[in-house]
Design a protein around this ligand. Structure first.
Ligand code: HEM
Length: 453
């Protein structure tokens, strides 16, 4: 079942802290916001979760999500500045251009059949976010939105799909079997080769630029910053103790690039898909977003105008609360400790799971029924909610590094979509919702009509 539902059922039976076996990991679930806050703010006691490190370590071993301690610091020093707000804002126009491509695809379908029910929204949203991330991250056109690629995706996209699909299967296996499975799976090996070739190509294209160009581009481009961080003498760096190492090796850069491709697309794609699904179910909310857009319906708004759309902010916060795309975050204890609120005694090596979904749906912390999708709660009754009851990006020192980018991207995309189209419910059967758990939680059955206003 969906981990969020499982967590809620156990919580009803056993209270705010309970232990379960999730696949092969033994986890202590935390569903109290004060305990969650405590865990996230005591980084020396609660380190990145072991389950996370082992599972993701199969493919992302030398990337920021699996590193801890000094190695984490070395990676973070290169990567965190890439996600600063000033860099993110530069991507405004390209996000709009990519969204317009998707709108044009829809337009050509609607022109020939105005009642067409779109059943592939989730794939389309992933393609949109992947296209955007290709430009943002690598200055590279992944062509996921090109007419000629609607049916046959390009080499890299296909390889990324295979990679994610096969990697997902390893999450339920014991680690050594997962490792073996990946080694023996020829589709996985082929996908990895294609991905590595493409990423090497992207890197080499970047390295051919003059030092002046690179220095200039470093300010805006993720790939340029990563390439400038490449170690000059990898052998010498590898021989040093971690505290003396500087920069990243070529292998580490390639792996970080792959991580970003996955983290940067599936996550944002999931939220756009949820947004579209929820809009199709809540025409009142859609009408209100359009009313907020008012006169500005078909203009290219300025960033300031987009940012001033406060009702839309509430809608997006509600989408994140209603269905957090990641059901929770894990931390492993470095010493024995006791949770302040529930009083549970924990031991060194225990692993806790902060259950985002349970927190976001707990009636004790919301004045308006949390099982209702109701964006206005953030303007009125629930505006002073506890800060840790809706935490879709996690918390503390290991919270999501891409959250400002994701929030900005989503707001720009949602604005653009709402400027042009209205999503309609395609019928009880095809638009019945439900979830599938991939790396993120995705809507299972989305079937919507798309009307150009
Ligand atoms: C809707 C979009 C997204 C959601 C819901 C999301 C959610 C999360 C969550 C829950 C975590 C774990 C936090 C914790 O343990 O406290 C995380 C970590 C991470 N996210 Fe995101 N994310 C999103 C978008 C992105 C994007 C766009 C990127 C980058 C391109 C990204 C890169 C990462 C990385 C590298 C980490 C690991 C950080 C660390 O271990 O220190 N995410 N994300």
């Amino acid at each position: 079942g969906y981990i969020g539902d499982v967590s809620r059922q156990f919580q009803e039976k056993y209270g705010d802290t309970f232990q379960i076996w999730l696949g092969l990991a033994h986890l202590i679930f935390i569903c109290d916001p004060k305990d969650a806050q405590y865990v996230f703010s005591h980084r020396h006691i609660y380190e990145q979760g072991d389950m996370h490190i082992t599972q993701y370590g199969l493919v992302f071993n030398d990337t920021i999500i699996c590193n801890i301690g000094l190695q984490y610091k070395r990676h973070a020093a290169v990567i965190l500045p890439l996600f600063r707000r000033a860099k993110i804002l530069n991507n405004y126009d390209l996000i709009i251009d990519c969204t317009d491509k998707l709108l044009n695809q829809w337009r050509s379908i609607t022109d020939s059949d105005p009642n067409h029910i779109h059943l592939n929204i989730v794939d389309q949203c992933q393609n949109l976010s992947l296209a955007i991330f290709g430009f943002i991250g690598f200055d590279y056109d992944l062509q996921t939105l090109d007419e000629s690629n609607i049916n046959h995706t390009n080499k890299l996209t296909q390889a990324l799909n295979d990679f994610t699909e096969i990697f997902l299967r390893t999450l339920d296996l014991p680690n050594f079997i997962g490792r073996l499975y990946l080694k023996l799976n020829s589709r996985y090996r082929r996908a990895r080769i294609t991905i590595d070739e493409c990423l090497n190509q992207i890197m080499e294209q970047e390295q051919r630029k003059t030092p002046e160009e690179i220095a200039q581009r470093k300010r805006t481009s993720l790939i340029a910053s990563l390439v400038t961080s490449l170690q000059e003498d990898e052998k010498a760096e590898a021989a040093k103790p971690e505290q003396d190492k500087k920069g990243l090796s070529r292998q580490e850069v390639i792996h970080e690039l792959l991580l970003f491709l996955i983290a940067g697309s599936e996550t944002t794609g999931a939220v756009i898909a949820w947004f579209i699904y929820l809009m199709s179910k809540h025409p009142r909310v859609q009408a209100k977003i359009k009313a907020e857009l008012g006169e500005n319906k078909y203009d290219r708004l300025t960033v300031e105008q987009v940012e001033s759309l406060t009702y839309l902010d509430c809608v997006l916060r509600e989408v994140f609360r209603f269905l957090p795309p990641a059901p929770g975050a894990t931390r492993t204890l470095t010493v024995d400790d006791r949770l302040p609120e529930s009083g549970a005694q924990l031991h060194k090596g225990d692993e806790v799971f902060i259950s985002f979904y349970s927190l976001a749906r707990d009636k004790r912390y919301w004045k308006i029924d949390p099982d209702l999708f109701y964006p206005e709660r953030f303007q009125n009754e629930d505006k002073d909610h506890h800060p840790y009851v809706s935490i879709p990006f996690g918390g503390g020192h290991r919270q999501c590094i891409g959250q400002d980018l994701a929030r900005f991207e989503l707001k720009v995309i949602a604005t653009r979509l709402m400027q042009y189209v209205t999503f309609g419910d395609g019928g009880a059967e095809v638009n019945s919702g439900g979830y599938v758990q991939k790396l993120m939680t995705l809507p299972k059955h989305v079937g919507v009509t798309i009307t150009f206003d």
